[in-house]
Design a protein around this ligand. Structure first.
Ligand code: ATP
Length: 445
């Protein structure tokens, strides 16, 4: 993980936030390449979940909702983690996760194991951030930053049913920021207090719920495999009864083998009719499906939920590679081309040669109409290639002496390092096709 964090910092994917003021624990800002990679993850999720389907609509609900939403959903009373304080070192820990925490006095021990540890009784700590709406602070103005995007979907169920004229099975997909005042954030972007969730609620007839639950686990697994995560690093773990949330009929985590061990990448839950029933009771608005011939029922809900942060960390960890090529070390991000922040580099072999520069800039102008590409004429060509390898750029086009004679360029492949010559005029089509080809990581299964 340290190598990923340092690469992200060095190449401007991710910066610790508010750094000039000493930072703010586990809060990050995204730089240029981080923004590009996140845009790719977001749009590939949206493509698979909405664009390529007939049974899905999109939604973008507010972050601050009527606080009664969170009473109905159970978050005000139950969205808590058990917290303990140590009176000696003044640190706070999740009581249910002490085995992963370090004692403030002796990091090789867990809290409670050192003779000087003095832990309080566990108490429930609500993870929702509170705020106030309007100019007056008081009970009546209390509101919350949403801890998940899902509730915004449930409260719009009726709108979608009527206006988009949908009938179960159908889904509502949403991408947006969520906020949780985690007791122990950490492990880089894996657990942060502000993150971008991609959630989809799939409304189904109750007797089809199990089928769709299994369907969505499979769909989401194949999405990860399609975008290059190694199969050996992914697994599905079904929750036992004692682990499941109160609303859940069944839950499975799609886990990735992060450097911290197998951990939840995405959760897929069968939420039954819990949410629509709760909002019907609390709002007085009936949230049910009424079909032809007097059919009437409260749909059950299947929910795949993930954050862009956890996907980004998994992809970076999976892609990171170091190797020695011709006695030189290189660091390379073997990212799927669809995920890579920059799709191609355009490099004049000699940065001071006006003709090469002119050809390279003309190619850049052409390619940037369709793709994120980068022009670079600074320094030795080998160094420029390595700069691109480090950010995962799959292809580099080099303009050299021969280009000036016969209008061809070389294209270099990031993974195999193979080089071939192409007609300059054919580069836009070649790149468009190459980016569409199925891709498999050369790192193996
Ligand atoms: P965990 O057990 O790791 O806290 P959770 O079960 O509370 O996660 P869910 O409420 O199921 O998580 O949230 C759905 C998804 O949102 C998770 O699978 C994960 O991808 C993402 N997520 C949840 N909390 C965070 C966080 N603090 N930082 C980044 N992503 C998060």
């Amino acid at each position: 993980m340290d190598k990923i964090v340092s690469l992200c910092r060095r190449r401007g994917f991710v910066f610790p936030s508010s750094e000039i003021y000493g930072g703010l624990g586990s809060t990050y800002d995204y730089g240029h390449y981080g923004v590009l990679a996140k845009n790719n993850i977001r749009s590939l999720w949206f493509q698979a979940m909405v664009q390529e389907r007939d049974d899905m609509v999109a939604l973008d609900s507010a972050i601050i909702l009527n606080p009664r939403v969170w009473e109905a959903s159970g978050h005000v009373s139950g969205f808590t983690d058990p917290l303990v304080d140590c009176r000696t070192c003044k640190l706070r820990f999740r009581a249910d996760d002490l085995e992963h925490a370090q004692c403030g006095r002796k990091p090789s021990k867990h809290p409670g194991e050192h003779t000087e540890c003095d832990l309080t009784e566990a108490r429930q700590f609500n993870l929702m951030f509170q705020t106030h709406v309007g100019a007056l602070e008081g009970e009546g103005s209390l509101a919350y930053l949403r801890p998940e995007t899902a509730q915004g979907i449930f409260i719009n169920f009726k709108n979608v049913l009527q206006i988009a004229r949908r009938k179960p099975p159908f889904g509502i997909a949403q991408i947006g920021k969520s906020f949780r005042n985690e007791i122990t954030p950490g492990n880089f972007l894996f657990r942060v207090r502000e993150f971008e969730q991609m959630e989809m609620e799939f409304f189904v007839p109750p007797d089809e719920a199990d089928h769709w639950y299994r369907y969505w686990i499979d769909e989401r697994m194949s999405w990860y495999l399609r975008y290059g995560l190694r199969e050996s690093r992914l697994r599905v773990r079904e929750h036992g009864e004692e682990e499941r949330s109160h609303y859940s009929r069944a839950t499975s985590d799609i886990e990735y083998l992060y450097p911290i061990g197998w951990s939840e990448l995405e959760g897929v839950a069968n939420r039954g009719d819990y949410d629509l029933t709760q909002h019907t009771e609390h709002s007085g608005t009936k949230l049910e499906y009424v079909g032809e011939g007097g059919v009437r029922y409260t749909p059950w809900v299947i929910e795949p939920a993930v954050s862009i942060e956890r996907i980004l960390v998994a992809l970076l960890v999976d892609a990171y590679d170091e190797e020695v090529v011709a006695d030189r070390e290189r660091t390379v991000l073997r990212l799927h081309p669809a995920i890579a922040p920059v799709k191609a580099a355009i490099l004049p072999l000699i940065g001071k040669n006006d003709e090469m520069v002119a050809r390279a800039k003309a190619l850049q102008a052409e390619l940037r109409k369709r793709h994120i590409v980068e022009y670079d004429d600074g320094g030795a060509i080998g160094r420029r290639y390595r700069r691109q390898d480090e950010i995962g750029t799959p292809f580099a086009f080099t303009i050299d002496e021969q280009t000036l004679e016969d209008d061809t360029v070389t294209v270099r492949d990031r993974d195999s390092l193979a080089q071939e010559r192409l007609p300059l005029a054919g580069v836009p089509d070649w790149l468009g096709d190459a980016l569409e080809l199925p891709w498999k990581t050369p790192k193996g299964g």
